[in-house]
Design a protein around this ligand. Structure first.
Ligand SMILES: NC(=O)c1ccc[n+]([C@@H]2O[C@H](COP(=O)([O-])OP(=O)(O)OC[C@H]3O[C@@H](n4cnc5c(N)ncnc54)[C@H](O)[C@@H]3O)[C@@H](O)[C@H]2O)c1
Length: 428
């Protein structure tokens, strides 16, 4: 039996794209990328991009001059020229978007800014690699979907968790039919990030402001991304509805008292984000997903995400090591180490690039995000995580807030594909 490739299985973005054709029409050997947001993540991704000989960085923008200058120096060291920098204010990125020598932009600014910047970039004819979340409000979600559709530009969400080797192995096993029908998944982003919410003087960072203001799962994509790909969301199935509940807030207030004292102005701040948020999603084909979000509770940082999947013929879970049970293959009643199946289900991307990837962040996954985006533009292939996917995953933020505010009432999710999810069927 011919094996289904990951590209065939994850499929095309429902909005389609012609990006590579545009680059090829230019007869370009080099892709010219611009960076918007050159803080920790943007600079890191820039280093990954510069490791690809066919990528140059022609412009960068950050409102923080020190961050911008660090990024410009990085390019100078790698490529021997200083790209044009923009730092004159929150809308300076629009000047970068006017440049003719920028084919694509990487957006790594605070989460609430992503969608505005991505939509503006696509409408300026630039392809987009957006850091996660991708979108923050429901209007944001529709804006990136519409901008991608109007322009035909490539949009890819930089969701690195979709590129973890074990998550891709499970995807391959689903594609080969090993799981049977999928009925349930459990996933979470559980990561004590309290140190990221305050600067050394005790002012809120942008992440801290989100914790102050957002009663929601404001960072859903690391957990829901791989699960959505497993379930074939937007490609044969779709999320129809969700309910969300949230615990009271305790841990951030405690952290403020412990670190800054009772007299600090932040001691009077009320944080909207409860310690733990649970969202339950139901799909059109009847699967259920339990999605947890907790970025405040005290705990060791060992794994920041977890995943489980249940099918009618197999089960997978990674909380106590990556373990699988497959009907007809695994011994009765016995979990097996997923690694046992590594040769048979080694993801093609990992087989090709595993050594290079191993040296990069998030278990090698960051390498693949940059590599994938580069190849999409080079080969004219549609995005595996396009604007409809980004919107579908990110709309969990505003809709979980809505459900929480209504005492856990069910809330419908929009169909960002406008019916296109039905046109592919996936074997689950
Ligand atoms: N995929 C991952 O594993 C991962 C890891 C870390 C961060 N991230 C994402 O990357 C993004 C950036 O996170 P970070 O840790 O680098 O944060 P950061 O605060 O270090 O960097 C954000 C940068 O954006 C700049 N900025 C803010 N407003 C701007 C504007 N209007 N125009 C231009 N620049 C602006 C800031 O000055 C800052 O330099 C976030 O969306 C975050 O969720 C993803």
């Amino acid at each position: 039996m011919r094996r289904v490739t990951r590209r065939e299985f994850v499929g095309y973005g429902v909005a389609g794209a012609t990006a590579g054709l545009t680059l090829r029409a230019r007869g370009a050997d080099m892709q010219r990328w611009g960076f918007i947001g050159t803080g920790g993540r943007g600079t890191y991704l820039m280093g990954q991009a510069l490791a690809i000989p066919e990528v140059d960085v022609t412009a960068a923008c950050d409102i923080n001059e020190a961050h911008l200058n660090g990024a410009l120096e990085l390019v100078e060291k790698a490529r021997g020229h200083v790209p044009q920098g923009y730092s004159s204010g929150p809308k300076a990125y629009r000047e970068l978007l006017k440049r003719d020598d920028v084919d694509a932009v990487v957006i790594a600014t605070p989460v609430p800014l992503h969608a505005r910047m991505a939509a503006d970039a696509m409408r300026a004819g630039k392809h987009v690699l957006s850091e996660v979340g991708g979108a923050y409000t429901l209007d944001d979600c529709w804006d990136i979907v519409d901008a991608q559709k109007e322009t035909g530009c490539t949009y890819m969400l930089a969701e690195n968790c979709c590129y973890y080797r074990q998550n891709l192995m499970v995807l391959d096993m689903i594609a080969q039919g090993l799981f049977g029908d999928l009925t349930y998944a459990e996933c979470g982003y559980v990561h004590d990030c309290r140190w990221l919410y305050f600067d050394p003087s005790g002012n809120l960072t942008w992440r801290g402001e989100l914790c102050r203001d957002a009663r929601s799962n404001w960072y859903p994509t690391h957990a829901i991304g791989p699960v959505a790909q497993w379930l074939g969301i937007n490609r044969g199935d779709r999320f129809e509805s969700l309910v969300a509940v949230q615990s009271d807030e305790r841990s951030l207030s405690k952290y403020v008292l412990d670190h800054f004292g009772a007299d600090h102005p932040l001691a009077k701040t009320k944080f909207a984000l409860g310690d733990s948020t649970t969202v339950l999603l139901r799909t059109a084909r009847g699967a259920v997903v339990d999605l947890r979000f907790d970025v405040c509770s005290a705990r060791p940082v060992v794994m920041t995400t977890y995943f489980q999947l249940q099918g009618t013929r197999a089960a997978y879970e990674d909380r106590l090591g990556e373990r699988i049970w497959i009907e007809g293959r695994s011994p009765e009643n016995t979990w097996e180490d997923l690694a046992k199946y590594q040769d048979e289900f080694m993801p093609a991307l990992w087989a090709r690039w595993g050594d290079e990837a191993a040296a990069t962040g998030h278990g090698g996954a960051d390498f693949f995000v940059i590599r994938e985006f580069f190849e999409l533009l080079r080969d004219g292939k549609p995005s595996p995580i396009d604007a409809c996917d980004s919107a579908t995953w990110s709309c969990i933020t505003p809709l979980s807030a809505k459900s929480i505010d209504r005492g856990g009432e069910p809330v419908d999710l929009p169909d960002f594909t406008r019916g296109a999810w039905k046109r592919t069927s996936r074997p689950h």
